[in-house]
Design a protein around this ligand. Sequence first.
Ligand SMILES: CCCCCCCCCCCC(=O)SCCNC(=O)CCNC(=O)[C@H](O)C(C)(C)COP(=O)(O)OP(=O)(O)OC[C@H]1O[C@@H](n2cnc3c(N)ncnc32)[C@H](O)[C@@H]1OP(=O)(O)O
Length: 235
Amino acid sequence: MHTSFTGPPAADTHPTPATAEELERHKAAITRLGNELRALVEAAVRTAATPDTLHRVAEGVRHVTGQLTGRRRARADIPEVDEFPAGTRIYSPVTGAGSPLAPPLRVTPTDDGLIGHCTLGIAHEGPPGYGHGGMSAMLLDELMGRACAAAGAPGLTISLQMRYHRPVPLETPLRILARVTGTDHRKSFVTGSITTEADPATDLVTAEGVFVAPDPRRVRALFPGLTADGDPAGG
Ligand SMILES: CCCCCCCCCCCC(=O)SCCNC(=O)CCNC(=O)[C@H](O)C(C)(C)COP(=O)(O)OP(=O)(O)OC[C@H]1O[C@@H](n2cnc3c(N)ncnc32)[C@H](O)[C@@H]1OP(=O)(O)O
């Protein structure tokens, strides 16, 4: 089990979860906080509250933030609830239930790749009422990278070619697909697309990417939180 937190224990924290049940409890708590944070972010970018109210809320948020800064994981640590690189990434800005940045994208396998489902909010806006192009790239980069991992060749993006055919509507259920189309040594070639759930025949965004499984001699340096066999470090 990976011990992901460092620094002195604080009085308001609990010991690192060790059992599967405790890990599930920890995941549920992280997810609950993520849900509340996403609601806060969406409310913050939508509100028409007065400056006085915004100042008052900002004070409250500052107080809340102060409750989470006592005990932190180090930058490259892999959270113990994660299954890196192919499974749960609980703080991923794309799929992470615990990240206020993530829609979050829910990923399931298909016959030949992966499918993701999410709905973008006003916090992800580019053109008024539509998704930011960088969000589309982030959704596709993540799902295409996960498709490589699901195919047994986890890798990092070395190129991502985006094509924006039509704007991506906000507050509309989306369907994202990713599929590995070929491999060449450590390289995987991957395609992806974004459509709405309601009209899966109309591509809004498509992408072609190349992902490279890092040279095994470089993996340790790139990801110090992993052991040589690819499992999270820490016993
Ligand atoms: C455990 C996994 C966890 C995987 C964890 C997955 C998390 C998914 C996250 C979502 C996806 C991301 O955001 S990924 C983050 C964005 N991407 C990155 O930061 C990657 C930055 N790039 C790198 O660090 C490096 O290029 C690596 C590690 C990917 C590859 O380095 P390497 O292992 O030393 O490999 P190297 O021998 O140089 O290259 C192998 C082949 O790929 C080609 N190649 C390498 N880099 C490039 C490049 N930038 N542009 C063009 N081609 C390139 C080389 O020419 C060579 O082709 P040939 O001569 O054999 O033909």
